[in-house]
Write a protein that binds this ligand. Structure first.
Ligand code: ATP
Length: 586
């Protein structure tokens, strides 16, 4: 496919925010694509040249892109010709238009483009730009992008320029892509479950879709776990009481402490180790101590293990609270912090061992295999404690013990259940200590907008937040609360910095709201919110029926959840369940 054709699809996608229309346009695009290019198209429509978990970035910010645009059109654009500093002229136009793509399109209009590149060619060139390193990188990146631009029509230019800057305005989530694929190939959504299953195992949309185009449904069913491609994590359900948990779990089940750190999936292939976070980001470079630990202490040729990492004080050998652990999530001074706050990884699951997928085996067997490759008293990687229990009383006793030791609560697990990638289910049930014991859990909300600060808060720039949850069915974000109190001055300042980076001029495509904040932000940051109660409200759109949605009563911030993507926020479905569970408890 020529890139100019893909660009026409970009135009159509950009013009709508209605999910059904997005799905319809995408399914037409997929029908128009072949097996060789479909994977690349899937990355490109999300503004990437690799699956999102690979740390490949094009690495060009505004100034460099402006330089490439100036280089491409300097000789032909009447606006740039003869100007002393054409790059500054491009930046001026960009500021006026508010988008680099729009500026570049205008400048490209007078240029006779020398070619008509294919999607594959543009993709390969962008990958090349991402890979330039060392001396002369800037010049190489600028000249390669300028060459691409010269060979494209103005509409294509508009979109290509927005890719490195992350400013494509399409708003297409993964579920929307999967729906559109099913429709393209089958005419309805019935393939969604097997597509999703394959996606949950590898998290690589391009790889799944390419396999589907090449080998059909049976190809999808054969997709295996791959060391190096993150598995979408299994997640826990919540229940209001230990008695209800026993009803679900049966007469024998596993109970483990719920450690309050961050989740790590460690992929080991011989001496190569990669680490992935809860939201599937590749975090290998950030935790050299864990990489060494997994390399030395996991006694397997290849494995995928999951665990929770917690910082501890090497002098007192005490585990530290979340606020300390989270200091390890940083981009700079990584080695120093690794010495100051070393991590211990409490391994709790095993998905892959010595070339074989073991995720389908019952938990009882996975745990046994895990205990054979990991030492209880390992220095960096340790086996999480586990007790096999039978009764509600035993749960309560263990829960009290865990909480009194400063742990977050308990995880209960079905012993005969396989590992269910990518979703909440009753094979795992979590019990968390909660400050007032009212709601069964905190809510992970997405920051959607900000209200300007008044009085003392003018200083912070932010006076209140508009937050939402994720409607998975509709692939959109819906509002659930306005938060005006419950943040420290420091936290208000932090939100202000976050919000400014994510500020957008219009309500983003995937946000559904009835109220307007002072300004909207791109849905990206996730905040863990504690509330007294979930109530109904005509103001909010979360789970809205007949004009009434759900709202949080007395919300306050617990912590920033840097390990969440916006789509990992609490879902409307979960809010509904939590709403009903609060009545059962009384
Ligand atoms: P939370 O905000 O409660 O951590 P979550 O959305 O990350 O929730 P859940 O499935 O609801 O995920 O809770 C399980 C989380 O608890 C895991 O993601 C993991 O980070 C953490 N955890 C701590 N100890 C364990 C354990 N023993 N087994 C499984 N998960 C554990």
């Amino acid at each position: 496919m020529k890139f100019s054709k893909l660009a026409q699809y970009y135009e159509k996608l950009e013009a709508t925010s209605k999910r059904l229309e997005l799905v319809d346009i995408l399914s037409k695009l997929f029908k128009d694509s072949n097996a060789k290019e479909i994977g690349k198209i899937c990355y490109l429509i999300q503004g990437r040249v690799a699956p999102f978990f690979e740390p490949i970035e094009i690495g060009m910010a505004e100034s460099m892109v402006a330089q490439a645009v100036a280089r491409a059109y300097g000789p032909t654009s009447p606006r740039l010709r003869g100007v002393k500093n054409p790059k500054d002229e491009v930046l001026k136009l960009y500021r006026r238009k508010g988008n680099m793509g729009l500026a570049a399109r205008e400048l490209a209009a007078k240029h006779h483009h020398s070619g008509d590149l294919t999607v594959g060619e543009v993709f390969e060139e962008l990958v090349k730009i991402a890979k330039f390193t060392g001396k002369g990188t800037v010049e190489q990146k600028v000249s390669t992008l300028a060459e691409i631009l010269k060979s494209l029509d103005p509409v294509s230019v508009k979109h290509v320029v927005n890719i490195p800057l992350g400013t494509l305005r399409l708003g297409i989530g993964d579920p929307t892509v999967l729906d559109a694929l099913s429709i393209a190939k089958k005419g309805d959504r019935t393939l969604r479950p097997i597509l999703e299953d394959a996606y949950n195992k590898t998290s690589d949309l391009g790889y799944v879709v390419e396999t589907f185009f090449k080998h059909g449904e049976s190809g999808l069913k054969n997709i295996k776990l791959v060391v190096g491609k993150p598995v979408r994590p299994a997640l826990a359900e919540r229940l209001p009481s230990a008695e209800e948990a026993v009803k679900r779990l049966g007469s024998e089940f596993a109970a483990e402490p719920k450690f309050d750190g961050f989740r790590v999936a460690a992929h080991k292939d011989g001496d190569r180790v990669s680490l992935f976070s809860r939201n599937l980001e590749n975090t290998t470079h950030a935790f050299p101590d864990l990489v060494e630990g997994v390399k030395k202490e996991v006694r397997a040729k290849s494995a995928i293990i999951e665990g929770e990492a917690i910082a501890y004080n090497p002098q007192t050998e005490e585990f530290l609270p979340f606020q300390e652990t989270t200091k390890r999530r940083r981009k700079y001074k990584i080695e120093e912090m690794a010495k100051e706050l070393p991590l211990v990884l409490f391994a709790f699951d095993l998905l892959y061992l010595n070339g074989k997928n073991v995720a389908d085996k019952p938990y009882r067997e996975r745990r046994k295999l895990l205990s054979e490759i990991i030492h209880k008293e390992g220095r960096v990687v340790r086996l999480a404690e586990e007790r096999v229990l039978h009764k509600a009383d035993e749960i309560k006793k263990f829960f009290d013990e865990a909480v009194s030791e400063g742990l977050e609560g308990l995880m209960l697990k079905k012993l005969d259940s396989p590992y269910v990638a990518g979703g909440r289910g009753f094979h795992w049930i979590k019990f968390k200590r909660s400050q007032a014991g009212e709601l069964t859990d905190t809510v992970d909300c997405v920051l959607l907008g900000v209200y300007a600060g008044k009085g003392k808060r003018t200083e912070f720039g932010v006076g209140g937040l508009l937050v939402g949850v994720y409607d998975k069915k509709k692939d959109e974000f819906v509002t659930i609360s306005r938060i005006g109190t419950g943040l420290t001055d420091e936290e208000f300042r932090k939100v202000n910095v976050m919000a400014r980076k994510l500020r957008v001029s219009h309500k983003p495509a995937r946000v559904n709201a009835k109220i307007e904040p002072t300004f909207w932000v791109k849905p990206k940051e996730v905040l863990e919110i504690y509330a007294d109660e979930i109530t109904k409200s005509p103001v909010h759109t979360a789970g809205e029926k007949n004009g009434v949605g759900y709202a949080l009563r007395f919300p306050r911030l617990v912590k920033f959840r840097e390990d969440r993507r916006a789509e990992d926020a609490t879902t409307v479905n979960e809010i509904e369940k939590m709403y009903h569970a609060q009545f059962k408890k009384r």
